[in-house]
Design a protein around this ligand. Sequence first.
Ligand code: UFG
Length: 328
Amino acid sequence: MGRRLEKLRVLVVGGAGYIGSHTVKLLRSQGARVTVLDDLSTGRRFLVQSDDFVEGDLGDRRLTDRLFSSGFDAVMHFAAFSIVGESVQLPLKYYHNNVGKTASLLESMLGHDVERFIFSSTAAVYGEPEEVPITEEHPRRPKNPYGRSKLMVEQMLVDASDAHGMQYAVLRYFNAAGADPSASIGESHEPETHLIPIVLQAAAGKREAVKLYGTDYPTADGTCIRDYIHVNDLAAAHILALESLLDGNDSCAYNLGCGQGYSVRQVIETAKAVTGKDITVVEEQRRKGDPAVLVASSDKIRKELGWSPDYDDLEAIIETAWKWHNRR
Ligand code: UFG
């Protein structure tokens, strides 16, 4: 990557979150001028990697109109609630925040002639896979309100682009993991629901055990298989997507995973090897709504944008997460 983004003005909504903060760091290293908008409902102030930070609500039209009137070249939108189980309990919270407020952000943005938008979507838009690896052509039939809220925004972008000529890139993340190798930023959810941080908390003695949700899946060791992708490889994909839009290419949607699946047991074994600690595992019933296998085909973004992951094995990913965990 060169410094093609020199002086480009980018508004990063949700830049105090896990993936947003890593992308802000990379954007700034490329010379972009980044403003972060985040309401800190799940984001953390200490993760913000730009001096230009606005604490506020992306659905606050007065605020976003004021921001956009200062002139931006592009928007990256990471801000969303993302816990699948919670979305089943509180669907309207998810539709209001993830869909309604995104519509407001888009209206505000287009009202100020800002026409490039990069959107954090998810493998959850595909629902139960009919075949793996999952390509972008796979039917999108999400199984929970979280996935549906992301799909609704994807559809909104198609319509807004047809009507208003905006350009968008939709990035469908599989399982984001790891931390910047500097260990200055990393994953910090409260409550934590994701496998790798939970396993590392157990390794560090901050949690008694890891609950293993389901051992009777139709997989080699009976546990779920996921495609873990390093957060900096995700960040790099955002830069490439933005450069593609700047080059005048069409709007696009890409899957982002490494194309390699690891079972929950393999994650736990790898974490034991990386940390040198024992990890107690308690076998539990399946967690509702978990597909057995989710593995991405990322051939499209590899071919079209030349993306490839720097971190392509689980051990390297977990090493960065462990370094961050110990630094905190
Ligand atoms: N798991 C455990 N124990 C835990 C936590 C997780 O066994 O304490 C298992 C889960 O059952 C699953 C795997 O570890 O099989 C990975 O679970 P995560 O919660 O880390 O990730 P998910 O695959 O469930 O979810 C991720 C994102 C979601 C997104 C989804 C796409 O976090 O936002 O991928 O399908 F919707």
